[in-house]
Design a protein around this ligand. Structure first.
Ligand SMILES: *Cc1c(COP(=O)(O)O)cnc(C)c1O
Length: 393
């Protein structure tokens, strides 16, 4: 008999009833150190008092109004994002997938309005992840996600990650945009080198193509800059954001330059819940905290500490781990043991990690993780690796 919850996830036998900062408390009382943070969502930890206050204050006043009216919290968050980034304008969504949908629509509308309606193709990359909608799975293109769900949304071209020559050769008169994660998340924490991102921007300029960055996972302070592309000193034309921006409240956004957004006039796009007062009140507080240079400096310092300890962990368990990669507090450990076994061994040591493709275990802790918690996390991962070796010996 089919379970009452559609069984599209294979879930761990854990049910959390409370969160406190970097900690999740299981129904039986056990306290787990959370290095997954809801897959980079709880960027400021669980039950963050500032976010709880922002949400409950707004909840007392007004939950929802239609986008038929002006929404001051939405205006305030858009102003903050425009001030802090390359963007001139912002549309709010409720998820990364919805941000992908608009990014694709916006790029196509741009060329249509310019009198080049043939430029509908979007180049994307193997190993990428852009959400589970029809556009999202067509954009990522992996067999695992698209099989059985055809016919797919046309107009996506897939290239191997990191092959510059293949990319240049693939651009044609119908290419309208390139869509890429600066650091692949689901794909196994695979960073694009700064030089490659710079070359990508130059290529888009030279060939008159829009650059769409998917910063749903790597954005909002995760790498130690507000957005990951800042490390390369480039800017996109369109950017997808979600996950961390709501700190756990469902919120997403599409940021764009005035030029790229020029086709999106009244009536061309919409969302019932997008930019609602609750989500935007929380988002404003998240932005206030994360965009503070002192906060980002702390993320960088702690990222260095965690990285150094993880290098030691990998060196101490060569039969379990292979290498650490990633940026800031978006780190992956490529494993020799099966990554899912490492994640499971972590459960026994009360530490939560997240598997990704390419046999990687992901560490995406709250950006507010303390030095002591970093210590405890690595101690627990060490115990997990030791237990795993003993089990398989
Ligand atoms: C999670 C994710 C998405 C999809 O976001 P949802 O909120 O699950 O729809 C898109 N792109 C990237 C890079 C992601 O990590």
């Amino acid at each position: 008999m089919i379970p009452s919850v559609l069984p599209t996830y294979s879930r761990a036998p854990l049910a959390f009833v409370k969160g406190e900062g970097t900690w999740l408390i299981e129904a039986d009382g056990r306290r787990f150190l959370d290095l997954g943070a809801g897959i980079a969502v709880n960027a400021l930890g669980h039950a963050n008092p500032d976010l709880v206050a922002a949400l409950t204050d707004q909840a007392q006043a007004l939950w929802h109004v239609s986008n038929l009216y002006r929404i001051p919290q939405q205006q305030a968050l858009a102003d903050r994002l425009v001030e802090a980034t390359f963007a001139d304008t912002v549309f709010f969504t409720n998820s990364g997938t919805e941000s992908c949908e608009l990014a694709v629509k916006m790029a196509r509308k741009y060329w249509f309005d310019l009198g080049q309606p043939e430029k509908t193709d979007i180049i994307a990359f193997t190993g990428s992840f852009h959400g589970r909608s029809s556009a999202g799975i067509a954009a990522a293109g992996s067999e695992k996600m698209v099989k059985g769900f055809g016919p797919l949304l046309p107009g996506f071209v897939h290239l191997p990650w990191g092959d510059r020559a293949a990319l240049e050769a693939a651009i044609t008169d119908t290419t309208g945009a390139i869509l890429i994660e600066p650091i692949q998340g689901e794909g196994g924490i695979v960073p694009m080198a700064d030089d490659d991102l710079k070359a990508l921007r130059a290529l888009c300029d030279a060939r008159d193509i829009l650059l769409i960055l998917d910063e749903v996972q790597c954005g909002m302070g995760r790498t130690g800059k507000l957005f990951a592309h800042e490390w390369a000193g480039i800017t996109p034309d369109i950017m997808m954001v979600a996950k961390g921006i709501g700190g756990g409240f469902p919120l997403g956004a599409v940021l764009a330059t005035e030029r790229a957004a020029s086709g999106m006039t009244a009536g061309t796009h919409g969302s019932t819940y997008g930019g609602n007062p609750l989500g935007c009140a929380v988002g404003c507080k998240v932005m206030d905290i994360i965009s503070d240079p002192a906060f980002l400096a702390e993320v960088n310092r702690k990222a260095g500490l965690l990285r150094q300890k993880l290098e030691g962990l990998v060196a101490a368990h060569p039969e379990v781990f292979e290498a650490v990669r990633g940026s800031g507090l978006m780190l992956g450990i490529r494993c020799k043991a099966a990554n899912v076994d490492v994640v499971k061994a972590g459960y026994d040591q009360l530490v939560l990690t997240v598997p990704a493709a390419d046999n990687v275990v992901r560490l995406l802790p709250p950006l507010t993780i303390s030095d002591d918690e970093i210590d405890a996390a690595v101690t627990r991962l060490d115990a997990a690796a030791t237990a795993l070796v003993r089990e398989t010996a």
